[in-house]
Design a binder for this molecule. Structure first.
Ligand code: PAF
Length: 282
């Protein structure tokens, strides 16, 4: 596996592959790789000739009080995991390489980011949209893969690729979970053992709301209250939001018909976790 740290070196490798008509699948990450990321690499191998992975903890998507400085970083173990999983290129640029000066450009997908994580983390999706656009322009992949756990992020990225005519297909992969239902996340590393046990409350609350839908409940507000109630029953958890939204437009659903996205953000101790569940065939 090739480790590349400069945009110039990555571009020249990409040009070489374009001449040979070699297809590239791209998995952008912030490192601290887990099985969820590796599942994306695995899927990428089925879709393209080479899988390229970026590891870059992007400062522009963190607010000043958030965990940018403490975000888990272990490039050597990420490199080993990627080597084992058959990735062809690891792109690990420095901050200066990605942002030689502060960006004057803003990409704002207002209508998709007013609710859920966008409401709780103002500016977060502008940072995500900026870095993903930069990365897609640098790598020029045929396909890029994202996890469904970050549903709002994936929706924003799909839309910006469409709006800006970026010639990359976006594929979103199902959330990978532990046996007890907890969604894999790099931030799970922050949890103490009791907090890790408490983190089960997210998938349990989503499961309760899904059961209610299957039993005939259709009111979005009732589904949100059900999830909130379940989270409130876990002493180490503190709800940030519980939402029942349209899976594409991301606006709140008053009465569920067809399909609905159930989404949660919960602090477990001081760690903010998100999870969601797409319920179809309603
Ligand atoms: O999902 C992530 O890890 C990040 O938000 C991404 C897409 C790599 C952009 O920094």
């Amino acid at each position: 596996m090739l480790v590349v740290t400069t945009i110039a070196a990555l571009r020249s490798r990409r040009e070489e592959l374009l001449r040979r008509d070699t297809r590239v699948a791209f998995v952008p990450t912030m490192g601290a790789l887990h099985e969820g990321h590796l599942a994306l690499v695995h899927r990428g191998r089925a879709l393209a000739d080479e899988v390229w992975v970026s590891v870059f903890v992007n400062p522009t998507q963190f607010a000043p009080h958030e965990d940018f400085t403490t975000y888990p970083r272990d490039l050597e173990s990420d490199r080993e995991a990627l080597e084992r999983s058959g990735a062809a290129v690891l792109f690990a640029p420095s901050m200066r390489e990605m942002y030689p000066r502060p960006s004057a450009t803003t990409i704002d997908l207002a209508e998709l980011t007013v609710g859920m994580c966008g409401a709780q983390r103002p500016g977060h999706f502008r940072g995500v949209a900026l870095v993903v656009t930069k990365l897609l322009n640098i790598v020029q992949p045929d396909v890029a893969l994202f996890g469904a756990k970050d549903w709002q992020q994936a929706t924003v990225i799909r839309r910006l690729v469409e709006d800006l005519n970026i010639p990359t297909r976006i594929e979103v992969h199902p959330t990978v979970r532990e046996d007890d239902g907890v969604a894999l996340s790099s931030r799970n590393a922050y949890l103490s053992p009791p907090e890790r046990a408490a983190a089960r409350v997210l998938s349990q609350a989503l499961g309760n709301a899904e059961e209610a839908i299957r039993a005939g409940e259709r009111r979005g507000s009732v589904l949100e209250a059900l999830m909130a109630e379940r989270v409130a029953g876990e002493p180490l958890a503190h709800l940030q939001y519980a939402a029942a939204v349209d899976p594409d437009a991301l606006h709140p659903v008053r009465i569920v018909t067809g399909r609905v996205l159930l989404a949660l953000a919960v602090f477990v101790g001081s760690t903010r976790l998100i999870d969601n569940l797409l319920v179809e065939g309603v």
